[in-house]
Design a protein around this ligand. Structure first.
Ligand code: ZN
Length: 189
């Protein structure tokens, strides 16, 4: 089932997610629904906060990047991350033009480090420790932030953010069109 994506301004996007346990109700169905939702909106990553759940769960499918030269290895890069913990980030910071399904029509350059080492559980609660780099690291770093209540607008300077404030206001007021199902925050009277 395709779920609505929660847009910027919904308080759940600012919540630090709870640690997941295997008895979380209908977890496998929730993960399947998140993939359906992500594909319906042409995303490459989606965090639980973006469908209104404050838990430490995100999904990634980087395969659309496999068409680009040098990224063929991402052809089958489809993963579920539960209770992720970044162990270390290394390498130089590099800029990449990021988008976010919770911020329709908004893209800007974000600096992040090249490599991330992560401990996480897969959808069967099997533990993994893995190192990711390049685009894969980038998507994981962005989604990891989401499950801690951090957004990509927090990763740019105050000045840059100020320049985006008009666009951000339009999103919180529900005045931006999205090509996918989206849930705008309730407007205060
Ligand atoms: Zn995002």
């Amino acid at each position: 089932m395709v779920l609505p994506v929660y847009a910027y301004g919904n308080p759940v996007l600012r919540e630090d997610g709870e640690t997941l346990t295997p008895d979380y109700p209908d977890l496998q169905q929730l993960i399947d629904d998140m993939f359906e939702t992500m594909y319906a909106s042409n995303g490459v990553g989606l965090a639980a906060q973006q469908i209104g759940k404050s838990i430490r769960l995100f999904i990634v499918d980087a395969s659309p990047f496999a068409e680009d030269e040098g990224y063929e290895h991402l052809k089958d890069f489809k993963k579920v991350f539960i209770n992720p913990e970044i162990i270390e980030e290394t390498g130089d910071e590099w800029a990449f033009n990021e988008g976010c399904l919770s911020f329709p029509e908004l893209r800007f350059d974000v600096d992040r480090q090249e490599t991330v080492k992560l401990k996480y559980l897969d959808r069967d609660f099997k533990e993994h420790t893995e190192v990711f780099d390049g685009i894969a690291a980038r998507i994981i770093q962005h989604e990891y932030d989401h499950v801690k209540g951090v957004l990509f607008i927090d990763r740019i300077s105050g000045l840059k953010r100020k320049m985006l404030s008009k666009k951000l206001n339009l999103i919180t007021k529900g005045m931006v069109r999205a090509s996918y199902k989206i849930k705008y925050p309730k407007l205060k009277k």
